[in-house]
Write a protein that binds this ligand. Structure first.
Ligand code: SF4
Ligand code: SF4
Ligand code: SF4
Length: 577
């Protein structure tokens, strides 16, 4: 049924919007961006910062436009003297409680607070500083640093953590001027249920949240003549890193990324997609084994370390459902320091493996004590997409004008199936492409499984594999994963195979991706990955010649003894707080 339309006037313009539209959104529909800080389009309305106030005829007070619905005949002014004065006052008060660190702040180019202060014409600090900036940083996490001194208490991080991720690792504590965002008993993010997903970083409007950087460690390794430094790049990075150089969202920059990394001084530029193909070989055979031998079903993917930590804390009774496969990042580290190191005559301890990931939780994953099956730590340092872009900027590389170059061989050879790992539903689709052909020994003519694509948080499908009806589900965002886990915990899950990614949209919406990341941008990054898949000569993981070679020369067979040792892992029940 078509929604009822509402007619109102905003800044002397006649506007028509569907019933239920906020004044903020109605203003946006005519090209007026009302400034705001606590509002975020992916989150519930909070209405606390009051920065988005507007004047509404017959309303005695200024009203927050994010929390006020458009009404028939409403007359709104978004830019009156009264409104501008109120907005300035709000920002001036925020600045009176804020350190003047812009020159050295991680966010200085993209800080929403700094931009709003600039746009509102605030050129001097009118009020005396109201508080000392001596809150201790929370640096307990291997992935995330919290700086309470730069927090403006907008509550976005709290809402994303509880509403989108169903975690609730942080909340407001205390009242009035003493209010802070804290973890349970101020134990630090590493000592509570935080999954290290980094979604809080993406929504934070200031520099109060950032990744724990590995940039200096990576420079030191590159400069160390004794180290052979290889880098792997996750699929979602090539569809996003261009944004940090001013390119439009959805720009596919695989070749520019590769040439830029070569200029930085890495010895070999490899691709996590090689390991994604390897994951499909191992995980696909694990699934076939579970289905044919009445093993634990549904089987759930294990690529997303934020998701793994979530299930370890919240649903330990479901751990047997998770594939024992390590993530592609960790498979890559393990084979780089054994198979490849041996091929080129280098000791594992002289090789330094760097990952470039869309994900902050990958930093945590690389530090898990079980991730050292090569005899040394499998992955030495993890950079987010943002950190990799910063290194390229620091080196003065003209990214947008770099030539396209290829990955090095053999760990840079991959397929279209591996490319789509970066989008929600991609691992499922890649697994189905291989499982179909392994189970039926027939060629799969149409490789696209449209049913599992797209940005919906929860997708389900029944796939006919030559008479076997495989029921599958795909979830992105941990609140959606929770729905599937509750079914499993009650013994009511109808599925054989489930893909779960911790972040909205999958890895392309990861907590280490360029800021801003929102629904429109996620869609464009996904389209870029599907474009790359379509253009690749090989689109099924089991047809990757480098994968065939590694099994012939080294691993012998999927789920074989060497695979079990290097490519598989186990999980740990963790506390609730
Ligand atoms: S958070 Fe923004 S306003 Fe605050 S110091 Fe950093 S750049 Fe400046
Ligand atoms: S990293 Fe994720 S789980 Fe941890 S506090 Fe941030 S949003 Fe919550
Ligand atoms: S940490 Fe960032 S997102 Fe969270 S309340 Fe503070 S300013 Fe807002």
């Amino acid at each position: 049924m078509a929604s009822k339309m509402i007619n109102l006037t905003i800044d002397n313009n006649k506007v028509q919007v569907p019933e239920g539209t906020t004044v903020l959104k109605a203003a946006k529909s005519i090209g007026v961006n009302v400034p705001n800080l606590c509002f975020h389009e992916d989150l519930s309305i909070y209405g606390a910062c009051r920065l988005c106030v507007v004047e509404i005829e017959k309303h005695p007070r200024l009203e927050p436009s994010c929390a006020t619905l458009a009404e028939e005949g409403m007359v709104v002014k978004t830019n009156s003297t009264r409104v501008r004065k109120a907005r300035r006052m709000i920002v001036e008060l925020l600045l009176a409680n804020h350190p003047e660190d812009c020159l050295t702040c991680d966010r200085n180019q993209i800080c929403e607070l700094r931009k709003i202060a600039h746009d509102l014409g605030i050129r001097k600090l009118r009020f005396e500083k109201g508080r000392k900036y001596d809150y201790a940083l929370d640096e307990s996490s291997p992935s995330i640093v919290r700086d309470p001194n730069k927090c403006i208490q907008c509550g976005r991080c709290i809402r994303v953590c509880s509403e989108v991720q169903a975690v609730g690792a942080i909340d407001f504590v205390d009242r009035g001027g003493r209010t802070q965002v804290l973890t349970f008993l101020n134990k630090g993010l590493d000592n509570v249920e935080c999954t290290n997903c980094g979604q809080c970083i993406l929504v934070c409007p200031t520099g109060a949240l950032r990744e724990k950087t590995a940039v200096d460690d990576v420079w030191a390794a590159i400069d160390d003549p004794k180290k052979f430094v290889v880098v792997q790049t996750a699929p979602a990075v090539r569809a996003a890193i261009g944004e940090d150089f001013g390119m439009p969202a959805g720009s596919l920059v695989t070749g520019k990324m590769t040439s830029s990394l070569r200029r930085l001084g890495f010895d070999k530029i490899f691709d996590t997609q090689f390991a994604a193909d390897l994951t499909i070989m191992e995980e696909g055979h694990e699934l076939i084994g579970r289905v044919t031998n009445k093993g634990v079903l549904p089987m759930i993917t294990s690529c997303s370390p934020g998701w793994i930590k979530y299930v370890e804390h919240f649903f330990p009774e479901c751990l047997a459902h998770i594939s024992s496969c390590k993530s592609p990042q960790q498979m890559f580290g393990a084979v780089a320091k054994t198979y490849y190191a041996d091929k080129i005559g280098i000791k594992p301890e002289d090789m330094y493996v760097v990952s470039i990931m869309p994900c902050t939780a990958k930093k945590f994953e690389a530090e898990r004590p079980e991730m050292n099956d090569s005899g040394v730590i499998d992955v030495d340092a993890v950079l987010t997409t943002r950190e990799a872009a910063r290194m390229i900027q620091e080196a003065g590389i003209d990214f947008t004008n770099m030539p396209d170059e290829d990955f090095d061989k053999p760990l840079g050879i991959s397929t279209g199936a591996a490319t789509i790992f970066g989008a929600s539903g991609g691992v499922m689709e890649a697994a189905l492409r291989t499982a179909y052909e392994v189970i039926t020994s027939k060629t799969l003519e149409k490789v696209e499984f449209e049913q599992v694509r797209g940005m919906d948080g929860l997708k389900t499908a029944t796939v006919d594999v030559d008479g076997l009806e495989l029921k599958v589900a795909v979830a992105n965002g941990l609140a959606n994963a929770k729905v599937l886990l509750e079914q499993i915990a009650k013994g009511e899950s109808p599925y054989h195979f489930i893909e779960i990614m911790a972040c909205p949209g999958g890895c392309l919406g990861g907590g280490g991706q360029p800021i801003p990341t929102n629904l429109e941008i996620r869609k464009k990054r996904a389209a870029a990955l599907y474009r790359e898949d379509e253009g690749m000569p090989i689109r099924k993981s089991h047809e990757n010649p480098a994968i065939t070679a590694i099994y012939e020369e080294f691993l012998e067979k999927p789920l074989g003894e060497k695979s079990h040792h290097l490519l598989h892992t186990s999980y740990t029940k963790r506390e609730r707080y």
